[in-house]
Design a protein around this ligand. Structure first.
Ligand code: IMO
Ligand code: MG
Length: 426
């Protein structure tokens, strides 16, 4: 029995779902605990590709149960789209998907407000996924305006909450953004109907998870986004609106920290970022394009090209610290197979002084220069390799250097998108 968290150690898109899928084999329950349909979690299994936005990737294993915890923000349309897509591939979620009644709902006005705001602030835009994530968490924290999954089951409360919200939101849309408002009657009808469809999934997931853990079941927490996108610890304001770090698994699901056995940080063998914001090791020239090309680094949710750069150990060390990482899973090593040489950023320099810790002040960060160590590339394919010992020596040197600089062991190396293209490390 074990309770493990898998989370992103960089700016998202680290290949978390691949690692989750690999670890699901010896888990009973897989849990999403924060974020929403901003996530794009891709797995390849049995010759099929799945992209998950809300449902935990563990759902492809027909004997596992999945939980959408209270910390998630749920877009019911996106959820049912995903359920239908799974059904078309022969996977049923019936009886094995549980959703917390405390999960907040992404409403149509959240998406409209986010789009309008991103357009209005122009150069200062965050470059969000436009999935309504920020405005939904805003209403959650605001308390009086948030609508939760449980409210969908109450024929009195739901219309009242939608009406109150629309009065305010329409005024903002019209007066601040000069747009048309949204109609209340069809929205109430739509969400009442969605409530009926969601009802069979609604369960007290905190009770469910704690009982599962007490019964000796293995639970796997599937983080979304990454440590540097955390609302408190990330490169604020260019972050998402939830706690993507390990603590989020507790608050976002209703289990206590003493129940967690392991925290696995997923580190892509290089760095990528989508959206705006600082990125010290970004490669804006030919090498960045080359990595994007080989790695097909385009967003799974928005299709946007991802910014690419060298591996930054200042960031990885921050992920080790904030999440208390037990180990690291390195993904996409194979993407580096053909490169002549590789760089690892070991620390930054600011005014000639060594900077070991990622600065939270963006101005300070902008004055930091990454300092690199250059390592020779292995220039041979690795995707067929299944043991650490069989990796080319130069690839092992690259990985060993990550372990040394992060002061954290590597537990898994991924050399391809398929489930079996995985190297467990003892
Ligand atoms: P997964 O789980 C990478 C980024 C957006 C933007 C910022 C805020 O697939 O790793 P939001 O829509 O969350 O308000 O956008 O966060 N972002 C991600 N980047 N991977 C993700 O998820 C992301 N989810 C959000 O690009 O910069
Ligand atoms: Mg992604």
């Amino acid at each position: 029995m074990s309770v493990r968290i898998v989370l992103g150690a960089q700016w998202g898109d680290e290949g978390k779902a691949k690692i989750v899928d690999y670890l699901t084999a010896d888990s009973d329950v897989v849990v999403r605990y924060q974020g929403g349909a901003n996530a794009g979690h891709t797995i390849k299994a049995d010759g099929l590709e799945f992209v998950f936005h809300l449902i935990p990737a563990g759902i492809v294993h027909s004997d596992k149960t999945c939980v959408i915890g209270n910390g998630v923000v749920l877009d019911p349309d996106a959820l049912f789209e995903e359920i239908e897509d799974l059904e078309s591939k022969g996977i049923s979620v019936e009886g094995r998907l549980f959703i917390s009644p405390n999960t907040h709902l992404v409403m149509p006005y959240h998406k409209r407000l986010e789009q309008a705001n991103e357009e209005k602030i122009g150069d200062a835009a965050i470059g969000t996924t436009l999935r309504g994530i920020g405005p939904t968490y805003q209403d959650k924290i605001n308390r009086s305006t948030g609508i939760r999954v449980g409210d969908l089951l109450d024929a009195e409360i739901l219309p009242k909450k939608i009406r109150t919200n629309l009065r305010e939101k329409n005024e903002i849309l019209q007066k601040i953004y000069g747009q048309e408002g949204l109609d209340e009657v069809p929205m109430i009808e739509q969400y009442m109907a969605l409530g009926e469809r969601l009802a069979p999934f609604i369960t007290d997931t905190s009770v469910y998870l704690n009982e599962a853990i007490d019964a000796g079941k293995s639970v796997l927490f599937e983080g979304s986004q990454g440590t540097l996108l955390d609302i408190d610890h990330g490169s604020y304001p260019y972050v998402t609106s939830s706690n993507t770090t390990a603590g989020g698994a507790c608050t976002g699901s209703g289990i206590g920290p003493t129940k967690i056995d392991e925290v696995i940080g997923v580190v892509k063998a290089y760095t990528t970022r989508v959206g705006n914001g600082p990125f010290p090791t970004e490669l804006t020239g030919e090498m960045g394009d080359r990595i994007r090309d080989i790695g097909q680094e385009y967003g799974a949710t928005t299709g946007r090209p991802r910014r690419c750069g060298w591996l930054d150990l200042v960031i990885v060390r921050m992920a080790v610290r904030i999440n208390g990482l037990s180990s690291i899973a390195v993904t996409r090593l194979d993407i580096l197979d053909e490169l002549e040489e590789l760089k690892i950023c070991t620390h930054y320099l600011r005014d000639g002084k060594r900077v070991e810790h990622f600065p939270s002040d963006l101005k300070v960060l902008s004055e930091c220069e990454p300092v690199y160590e250059t390592l020779p590339g292995w220039q041979t394919p690795t995707d067929h390799i299944r043991t650490y010992a069989d990796l080319p020596e130069k690839a092992r040197n690259y990985l060993d250097r990550i372990t040394e600089l992060a002061k954290t062991p590597i537990s898994i190396v991924s050399v391809g998108p398929d489930r079996d293209e995985t190297i467990p490390v003892d």
